[in-house]
Design a protein around this ligand. Sequence first.
Ligand SMILES: Cc1cc2nc3c(=O)[nH]c(=O)nc-3n(C[C@H](O)[C@H](O)[C@H](O)COP(=O)(O)O)c2cc1C
Ligand SMILES: Nc1ncnc2c1ncn2[C@@H]1O[C@H](COP(=O)(O)OP(=O)(O)OP(=O)(O)O)[C@@H](O)[C@H]1O
Length: 313
Amino acid sequence: MEVYYDIRDVKNYPNPVVALGNFDGVHLGHRELVRRTRKMADEISGTPVVFTFDPHPLKVLLPDSYPPLLLPKEEKIKMMAELGIAVMVIAGFSRRMANLEPADFMKKILVEGVGAKGIIVGYNFSFGKGGKGTPELLREYAPEGNYRVDVVPPVTVDGVEVSSTLIRQLLLRGEVTEARKYLGYFPYVRGKVVYGVQLGRKIGFPTANLDLNHEILVPAKGVYAVRVSCLGEKHCGVANIGNKPTLKKENPVNLEVHIFDFDGNLYGHEIKVEFVARLRAEKSFQDLEELTRQICIDAGLARRILNQVPENK
Ligand SMILES: Cc1cc2nc3c(=O)[nH]c(=O)nc-3n(C[C@H](O)[C@H](O)[C@H](O)COP(=O)(O)O)c2cc1C
Ligand SMILES: Nc1ncnc2c1ncn2[C@@H]1O[C@H](COP(=O)(O)OP(=O)(O)OP(=O)(O)O)[C@@H](O)[C@H]1O
């Protein structure tokens, strides 16, 4: 897949079919857009393209309500490549871009910039100054712009519409199993393993502490059954997200994971932690002994759950 960060650099491709949106999380709604983009590209011997912005428009327009994201940019790019997208345009989002009239966005960016011969958007997509651009407007301009339009109706799971906002809300409540229903894969984070207090080893549960990317959403504080990819292998484990109130000192919120039946050295390595199920809230225990007893119970429960839940494809 080719990735462009500047519209002026985009080469000429045969009949580009362009899906538009933020695509944070690349969830099941986004995947339906991608499927239709590939389908239209097949029909017109074209090129499936995703057009998105970086940073997320809210960071520029409403910085106070800018959400932590579901995926870093690199992960979004990787997923789009795996889904068969051939070209990704990640245009810089600035105040100037936000002030483009919808007609200019269609003409200058989509038609002249990317050469779109097909445009795929969700039914609720909006674009251009004040968000005034609608799917209807894209349709109206289609004969002049010489492109086809496909407007995707709402994608739902069990009657609930899939959206990045919904998935963020679920993760902030720790509802990782529910979030998976809409994402199509287990929510996960990646991070480099850093040194902790090294107390975990003493209580029989060594943990890998992750250095987290603060732009990326981490599920609510609590204990989770997880799968961990590290050093080219996948393992089962149990993780805690929190500030370890039992230790009675101010700890920043961190993610630490105890990997079952593993004693390799992970310091400095990047690992991926997939959240499969939430087990409980984080608690302040009387002493380390009581905490250790609870972690034994957590580990047993996590093993049982992970034995029953199949891995992501
Ligand atoms: C599965 C699991 C559950 C945990 N639950 C709690 C908890 O409920 N409350 C708490 O204060 N700390 C909890 N912890 C964090 C422990 O306090 C921490 O792992 C231990 O103190 C070692 O810290 P270190 O890795 O910084 O050495 C949990 C850790 C694990 C692995
Ligand atoms: N459930 C859905 N059904 C149909 N189209 C969708 C759905 N979710 C997103 N889309 C479309 O996919 C494209 C990218 O969506 P975008 O990431 O902007 O929306 P979103 O997932 O609803 O995010 P947010 O919740 O942050 O608004 C847009 O064209 C949008 O309309």
